[in-house]
Design a binder for this molecule. Sequence first.
Ligand code: AMP
Ligand code: GLY
Length: 428
Amino acid sequence: MKNILLLGSGGREHALSLSLASSKLCGRLFIAPGNAGTAEVGTNVNLNPIDFEAIAGFIVDNAIDLLVCGPEEPLVKGLRDHLEHTPGLENVGIIGPGKAGAQLEGSKDFSKRFMQRHSIPTASYRSFQHNQLEDALEYVAQHPLPIVLKADGLAAGKGVVICEDTPTAITTTRFMLEGAFGEASNTLVIESFLKGTELSVFVLTDGKEAIVLPEAKDYKRIYDGDKGPNTGGMGAVSPVPFFEGEFREKVLQKIIHPTIHGLKAEGIPYIGFIFFGLINQDGEPYVIEYNARLGDPETEAILPRLNEDFLDLCIETVSGKLKSRVAEVKPDVATTVMLVSEGYPGAYEKGRKIEFSTASNVTKDTSIRLHSGTLLAPEGTLTNGGRVLAITALASNAHESRAIAYRAVEEVSFTGKCFRNDIGLDLM
Ligand code: AMP
Ligand code: GLY
């Protein structure tokens, strides 16, 4: 039996907690800080995931065997490195890379150079430092449109700007290099625009071998038809129908294997998830970004499809027993619809009471409610974030899965509830 500490508080973590808790190998499960959903699965603890001292203390006090890190920030800031240097924690397994490996997500410039060194397909680019503003402006002025500007570091999902015209690109380049995102935009990656359909592919790796988890498509824009500003993700579907045959083989051979081999060849230890944000441009896969974690809301769509003991996979990973393969997956289609607070991704109200009506016979056994921004209060479950709840439905085909998901969406209500109506439609 393993005692587990899971870090994070979103829908991803609620889905992770359910998968971990369903294993026979799960001992005590703590979630820090968690949400109203995870409170029903394990014990929420009031710990900040970037307070490394407090996490180390909790691990010792509660005989934790396995730490699973949901979000990227603790990893990029060196959570693993800190714990590895704390006496007494030598036997704790950690899912999540150290600072060096987390650079794949924490620095776009690092990840672009890594891909170049290992001939991994990605958009052509150049990087500029804050003292190279004039060179950057000259480069932008002659670059074909659209052009993509990316702050090097973590910028809370706001560091990527796609510019359709040169004057906007010039203004934005100046804005970013002059410190719009603080240190995160000290370096600016300027890259070509790729046109195609995006998909998210995930592996769990020990740095040598990798297990391929189910893939998903995320819906990033706030409104139907991919209109409006980007969000953290408004829904997801898994599987992605075009991730098969030759295209899938290209992803494995040209992207996943060279990434794992590249990390190994460069002596970068990596134990954890790699999220490959890919785009399919005319049948060729390109890497848009790497993340050192699972996606949200993709996790809410992929984990319910996994036909293996997820905790067992984590244990194999941290004990170096993993064998490269594709995970066993249920044939079912998962559709995840995110319920968000009115105003999101801009300003929104919190503290609205969420009412759950009794699930119908149809949705009861085929859908799950995964809490994202919720809070358990004396008066009931309250909204506590922009993304409030993810509804995932599983069915034998895409039409049925979509129909059940939207039916289950109607069984949750709160003032200002918004969602996209077209999740999964484009893939039918
Ligand atoms: P990133 O944070 O790198 O994932 O970028 C955020 C979003 O911007 C991606 O999910 C894509 O939709 C878009 N994007 C980033 N880079 C490119 C590119 N080179 N071509 C087209 N779209 C891009
Ligand atoms: N849904 C995209 C992400 O987690 O980054």
